[in-house]
Design a binder for this molecule. Structure first.
Ligand SMILES: [Zn+2]
Length: 81
């Protein structure tokens, strides 16, 4: 049996360029996904307020990510979604 070195398998974590908003949406069931999609499209929801409301429901989604998704600066665009 070979002795394992301490730093075996040390590799940089490559972040997948996926939009967190989409990841969260994909994890929801159809009804919740529609609700979230509507909230994202609703200008009455500020990104901060929406982020807080989601957090209270157990979904971590930073307001910055919501803003980026709304401004279409996220990876969803590259994926044609
Ligand atoms: Zn997105």
């Amino acid at each position: 049996m070979t002795k394992r070195t301490m730093l075996e398998n040390l590799e940089p974590i490559t972040k997948p360029r996926t939009c967190k908003v989409r990841t969260v949406m994909d994890s929801l069931d159809t009804q919740d996904r529609e609700t979230l999609a509507k909230a994202l499209a609703d200008p009455r929801w500020s990104p901060y307020a929406l982020s807080l409301a989601l957090e209270q429901r157990g979904l971590a989604l930073a307001d910055k990510l919501i803003t980026r998704h709304r401004l279409r600066r996220c990876s969803c665009q590259q994926l044609g979604k």
